[in-house]
Design a protein around this ligand. Structure first.
Ligand code: SAH
Ligand code: SF4
Ligand code: F3S
Length: 467
């Protein structure tokens, strides 16, 4: 019988990508994916960014422990693996607090999971070291990507592709430089090879990922430096790539060339996640963000000159140490000026080991109240943006079926989710194609539309096309 594998993923897109790679490695070895937590192998791919993420891990571990104990009554084993950023940051503390965890691996060592699982199983059979958890959280010299040669097992339309990892920016509130390590870019040829494999598997959109994706720096086979914008041009040349996106970009790395790429590459979507974090120069400085509000807004301006319809999204942190009411007000003003199409906002969460954690903290109630006020503004601009598309016809890349029969779900170039009802049972053939959709309604989180030319509903005369 195949062993079953259940993977639980917390955190950012990079973790989602890593979980996909872990699943690919293990399914090749004969493990079968299970939706149930009561599986032979349970892997938690964790996030350490805010305290809440860490709390969630330990509460979920408590739940899985009950399942592991129950299995024992039936003489069945369960191997529990904690991977990802909390594994890196907390290390042996996890094994101490949750002694039933068998393996802790960091984000740079998850390629070792198959051999470590085999070791755990061997040790169990020979009963040499029962119940002793293994810790592998180093930063190996050889990148995990060099060992991740397993073919991509992709089903879907929009494919994530990790091209860069780690961070050297050391924002004073953030754990990422400690959990993911120093900036590292995958070699250009590896990236292109993986991109081709994903496109061959039917991907129509590539989302290039990195903690600082625009800090990407590699060399081509002639030894010449390749920047992130050059990588985008190379990706746009690949056969079958309808759309390109990337995240997360740091404002400091928005080079002239990268901004120009938004003008020149038709597949590069007019939507950019460009986190600002705060609208006050004092707070930006305390955060060590290394740009000013004025610099940030000038980048947004240049992006708009390059691509007039570009939609911007952001992350915000409210209540960072030293943020005064006046500072916070500046953040609100910036949000109003930029009119974000979408945004994430968080209460500052003090993370052990980071410089901001040592400063005088702002009371929870103040942070909560500020978050509430900022979110009102962000919700308003998001809804206004979505409603502004009413009556407009947009090219929508369809990704999957909706919950209701005949309903299909796709994305506009601006990353908005669009629901369309199809007739004549054509929903299957529409998935993976771009269709012109007339937007009928704009809501806070989604749009509703209809095919712009209803005659087109008589598939197979459909033409999928680029923008
Ligand atoms: N590299 C990206 C962000 C990665 S983390 C960048 O520099 O923009 C994703 C988001 O989590 C950050 O943009 C920030 O808004 C938020 N974040 C990071 N550390 C945090 C903390 N300690 N408390 C609250 N939010 C935090
Ligand atoms: Fe964290 Fe700053 Fe690096 Fe982003 S740039 S990952 S916020 S340290
Ligand atoms: Fe979380 Fe690690 Fe991503 S801390 S946000 S999973 S890089």
């Amino acid at each position: 019988m195949y062993k079953t594998l259940h993977v639980i993923t917390y955190g950012c897109q990079m973790n989602v990508y890593d979980s996909q790679r872990i699943q690919e490695m293990l399914t090749i070895l004969g493990y079968s994916l299970s939706q149930e937590m009561d599986a032979d192998i349970v892997i938690f791919n964790t996030c350490q960014i805010r305290e809440k993420a860490e709390e969630k891990l330990f509460s979920d571990l408590g739940r899985v422990r009950i399942l592991k104990d129950r299995r024992k009554e039936f003489n069945k084993e369960m191997i529990i693996v904690v991977a990802g950023c909390s594994a890196q940051a907390l290390g042996k503390h996890i094994l101490k607090r949750a002694a039933y965890v068998d393996l802790v691996v960091g984000p740079q060592t998850y390629d070792k999971i198959p051999e470590l699982l085999a070791k755990i199983e061997r040790d169990r059979v020979s009963e040499t070291k029962p119940g002793q958890g293994i810790l592998r959280t180093g930063f190996p010299k050889i990148s995990k990507f060099d060992n991740l040669k397993t073919p991509r097992n992709f089903h879907g339309v929009s494919a994530m592709l990790s091209i860069q990892e780690g961070c050297n920016k050391f924002c004073s509130y953030c754990v990422v430089p400690y959990t993911r390590g120093a900036e590292y870019s995958r070699p250009l040829e590896d990236v292109l090879q993986e991109a081709k494999a994903l496109l061959k598997k039917g991907a129509k959109e590539l989302v290039l990922l990195g903690q600082n994706v625009n800090a990407y720096q590699s060399k081509n086979f002639l030894g010449k430096n390749v920047t992130f914008s050059e990588l985008l041009y190379r990706c746009a040349e690949l056969e079958g790539v309808f759309r390109l996106r990337y995240m997360t970009s740091h404002p400091r790395e928005m080079t002239h060339d990268l901004i120009r790429a938004h003008k020149e590459i038709p597949q590069l979507m007019p939507f950019l996640h460009l986190p600002v974090q705060s609208g006050s120069n004092n707070v930006l400085q305390a955060m060590n963000r290394q740009y000013t509000v004025q610099e940030y807004e000038s980048i947004v301006e240049k992006l708009k000159e390059a691509r007039s319809d570009i939609a911007i999204s952001s992350d915000f942190i409210v209540g960072h140490p030293e943020e005064t009411e006046e500072d916070f007000e500046k953040t609100c003003q910036l949000a109003i000026r930029v009119q974000y199409a979408q945004a994430y906002s968080f209460m500052y969460s003090s993370r052990p080991g980071t410089p901001s954690a040592l400063k005088q903290q702002i009371p929870f109630e103040i942070k909560k109240e500020r978050l509430h006020r900022l979110q009102e503004i962000l919700r308003h601009s998001q809804k206004t943006f979505n409603m502004s598309k009413k009556g407009v016809t947009l090219p929508v890349l369809f990704e999957k079926k909706g919950k209701h029969s005949g309903q299909v779900l796709g994305k506009t170039p601006y990353m908005q989710s669009v629901y369309v009802h199809t007739k004549n049972n054509v929903s299957d053939v529409i998935i993976g194609t771009i269709q012109e959709v007339e937007i009928l309604e704009g809501h806070l989180n989604s749009l509703m539309g209809t095919f712009a030319n209803n005659e087109k509903q008589t598939y197979p005369h459909f033409n999928s096309h680029l923008l």
